[in-house]
Design a protein around this ligand. Structure first.
Ligand SMILES: C[S@@+](CC[C@H](N)C(=O)[O-])C[C@H]1O[C@@H](n2cnc3c(N)ncnc32)[C@H](O)[C@@H]1O
Length: 380
């Protein structure tokens, strides 16, 4: 496909998304109907669609309409390309610009839904504008070196042999930022051999800050795919680690991932007894990861946000029951909002006065990478 034909394809996919279809489903629908498209075309169309969703309002302003076509005209302008080079109407290229589209509009919007702006400012204060702008950029790819199988320099050199260049993070040496070759990771020897895992820097920093000592019983209460379990197993191989999830099928890949990483993790449908550390990495709005899932920010509603905070409160109450006296509860979200973070923790402490918060941290793209919240509590 030519670059202009890819733009035509992205316009169609974006129109489906603007009509209410989820981004992944819309891309899949296009892929199924476009057998002629090769893997590079699919990746390119996907990049265009995600780029447009990250900066939807800015691009709609610059392109003159909130439509697939408006967004792609806006994206051409934002990236310094003349839309007339692509919008020719020839060879699968989109139709030429009309008079209205030719008149560039002023950018008046931010790339967040209006109703969320007060919550965004409440959570981020003077950094709100900068973080909103960061959220319009493509997210970097981070890897976590698995100390059970490799040192940082071994992992980096195996990655390099497969054409993947990395830089270590200032805050955490095991965290590697991928500077080139990110599309090669899935098939690389380092990844397939368990030397590295894909994990953003911010959750890596959260896991690295948790208290862990040899012999501890640790419960990952919302284990899902096991990202936090694997990080904890890597840090302290002498712990007994149990993974639980209300939807056990979400942990289906965990045995394979644990085996690849050389980690011992027991899946439990009902945790038994008390634990020195309970991790509650709860379902959330994902507002800290909207660079990766930009359609989620346009789909979130205030009703859903309210529902999520209620679910998070219930999970905190249930998870707390498994914390041994003197043990710790680590509450985590990949959200930036006060209601899901500090608000929930304060309400929890008012319901459970024997829990005290030892520390809390909100990482953002300005200080680390994705937005990520951790509150560490102790059961006195
Ligand atoms: C943010 S995801 C966890 C991600 C995972 N910790 C990781 O690092 O890959 C939240 C998980 O909480 C689970 N969950 C939802 N409600 C729950 C509940 N009441 N009790 C336990 N887990 C729950 C979901 O099924 C989902 O897998």
């Amino acid at each position: 496909m030519t670059p202009s034909a890819r733009i035509s394809a992205a316009i169609g996919v974006l129109d489906w998304i603007l009509d209410g279809q989820a981004a992944e489903q819309a891309l899949l629908r296009w892929s199924r109907n476009s057998r002629y498209a090769g893997s590079k075309d699919r990746a390119a169309v996907r990049d265009l669609v995600y780029e447009a969703l990250r900066r939807r309002n800015t691009l709609a302003d610059r392109g003159g309409a909130l439509s697939g076509r408006g967004l792609m005209i806006g994206l051409c302008r934002e990236s310094g390309q003349d839309p007339d080079l692509h919008f020719t109407g020839k060879n699968y290229a989109p139709a030429p610009l009309n008079a209205h589209e030719r008149t560039e509009q002023k950018v008046t919007s931010t790339d967040l839904p209006d109703w969320l702006m007060p919550l965004w400012r409440e959570a981020l204060g003077p950094d709100a504008g900068l973080i909103a702008r960061e959220m319009g950029q493509r997210a970097p790819v981070w890897l976590r070196v698995n100390p059970l199988l490799a040192t940082v320099s071994e992992a980096r050199s195996v990655l390099e042999q497969d054409g993947i260049e990395t830089e270590t993070a200032l805050q955490l040496t095991e965290a590697l930022r991928v500077s080139s070759g990110e599309r090669r990771i899935a098939n690389s020897r380092a990844y397939r051999g368990g030397l590295v895992e894909l994990q953003d820097l911010s959750p890596q920093l959260a896991c690295a800050s948790l208290p862990l000592k040899e012999g501890d019983r640790v419960l990952d209460y919302c284990a899902g795919g096991g990202g936090k379990s694997l990080a904890l197993a890597g840090r302290q191989p002498g712990i007994r680690l149990f993974a639980h999830d209300a939807e056990p099928k979400r942990m289906a890949d965990l045995p394979k991932r644990a085996q690849r990483a050389g980690a011992r993790i027991e899946r439990v449908s009902m945790p038994v007894g008390k634990f020195d550390l309970v991790v509650a990495d709860v379902p959330c709005s994902g507002s800290g990861t909207w660079r990766r899932t930009p359609d989620a920010k346009w789909r979130l509603t205030s009703e859903r946000l309210q529902q999520l905070t209620e679910i998070q409160s219930e999970i905190l109450d249930k998870a707390a029951a498994f914390v041994a006296p003197g043990g710790h509860l680590a509450y985590m979200t990949c959200s930036l909002f006060e209601a899901e973070n500090r608000g929930n923790v304060e309400a929890f402490m008012s319901r459970h006065d024997h829990f005290t918060q030892i520390s809390s941290m909100l990482w953002t793209p300005l200080t680390a990478s994705d937005g990520f919240f951790l509150s560490l509590l102790i059961n006195n």
